[in-house]
Ligand binder design. Sequence first.
Ligand code: XIL
Length: 638
Amino acid sequence: MVAAACALTTAAATVLVATPASASAALRVHAQARGKFIGTALATSPLANETAYRNIAATEFNQITAENAMKWSDTEPNDNQYTFGGADQIVNFATANNQQVHGHTLVWHNQTPGWVQGLSATNMRAAMNEHIATVVGRYANNPTVVSWDVVNEVFEENGSFRSSFWYNTLGSSFIADAFRAARAADPDARLCINDYNVEGINAKSTAMYNLVSQLRSQNVPVDCVGFQSHLSTQYGFPNDLQQNLQRFANLGVQVRITELDVRIQGSRTSAKDTQQATYYTNVVNACLAVTACAGVTIWGFTDKYSWVPDTFPGEGFALIYDNNYSQKPSYTAVHNALDNGTPNDTTAPSTPGAPTASGVTSSGATLSWTASTDTGGSGLAGYNVYNSGGTQIATSTTNSVTLTGLSASTAYTVYVRARDGAGNLSANSTSVTFTTTGGSSDTTAPTTPGAPTASNITSSGATLSWTASTDTGGSGLAGYNVYNSGGTQIATSTTNSVALTGLSASTAYTVYVRARDGAGNLSANSTSVTFTTTGGNSGGCSATGTIQTQWGGGYVVQPVTVTNGTSPRTSWTVTFTLPSGHTIVGSWNATLTVSGNTVTARNAAYNGNLGSGATTTFGFQVARPSSDTSTASGYTCA
Ligand code: XIL
């Protein structure tokens, strides 16, 4: 992409926000009015051969992903023989219809030719870099192509790295390398990591979160995270999707739904269509609710051309048009969500089941009820909880809610109403009455926490642990407050341990802990502990190396973090020792010279200037005898 196109897109979106889309307008009109894209994956054969396919693709969507045409097996089937026919067909169609293209995908374990999979580590890394440079480079000055899936599906379900030929040959370093190569090939393109089953908060999405956070802290250019969202009604909806998108957004990346479809089992029924439509509504609403979510790409649009029946036996009908290009309820769901609720939906959700109260304490209780359904088209949005006076006291997006802040020894009578996307409210559920426990008499403070100890001390943080308190006053132990020697509260914890962050380097901290119960009573102060953060390099500088990945015959040290002392500097030199028999095979962000076992790394032209306390990083790769497990050591900075 080019920067000018970016500015134009922004300007156009801003103008359109002022003009509400007409209710029956195409999806892309409503999406643009909301500042989002609505996209589809396209297959080259129907695009060439079917007018109905072309017309819908052109008029309903403002973003296109090639379903297959930009994958490695299509673009470089043989070493250094590139075939861009399908890719160009897609990009040209998008240009003609004023649509943006998301490039999919550069580095993946599937649909990659055998010749790549059999390469040695050195040759595989070179082939990867060259492929990225060529494919991304081809469209770097084409304003239609704005973003890329740089790596795709690098995690297993448990959050470990997928044992693909990429990982098994190169270790995880291929991921950072791929992003760097893509940035070099097109400095303006938005670079994404993409995966499936990462829509909810789970082991896999948390591994993705940690990787993105780590790569960005190492200045690896990861700009965006793609959530494929191949959903199935049999597995339920990931209700924490919005929350998950938001936690990634908080890392500073763009997020996007990249491959949405919602498959159903067996044949279509109106009940299954309705459930599917609700999932589509929920995904679009989650993206709309997260500012950093750029838009939603549906993985195709017609059930006539969907990967689902071929891939998931017994499941199908996952898209928003049927086999004959008629719009399904899921189309209406996407349309109405983008149109900000449905003016025509006047059908209230069904009445929630009778609520039951559990976990009753002196200040709270959990209510649960059987979920409502919504058939009006806008989809179930959540529930409102009311007290007997009809005052709304809580809301929930699930069929359960935890009430807090209640008065002790008090009877509460509450009921629930369901709410749909258009704001229609169901009838009242039956009421439930519960009485909070007698916490008002709790004036007994918890016992004093044990003496805190400090561990994992770094230049900016430390972990405190202490023996837990007990609480006998009735309201129960709620947590702990941590104070500095001046009596200022610097952290809280619900367990008998806390990680302090954001501390200053080379500084002595004296801290103590007080326990807190549910009624707000505080224990006496624990004894204090004093610890001193590391990293005292007042005049000079320091360096630490981290092994990013290693294998029998080598390893990657990334990052080597160079931390300046208090005096600003314009250059730095890091020396370290290589075990004998080890050789440097590559480096980045520094210039390395080797003399005997000593390596001297000097700053590159662009990272020598370091202000007081500033850091920068560089990295390098080493080859070693395959029987050797030792690594470089003894980093010093001057
Ligand atoms: C699928 C295509 O839809 C199929 O046509 C092809 O045979 C296999 O790949 N995750 C991805 C997509 O990132 O590239 C996959 O697309 C679906 C799963």
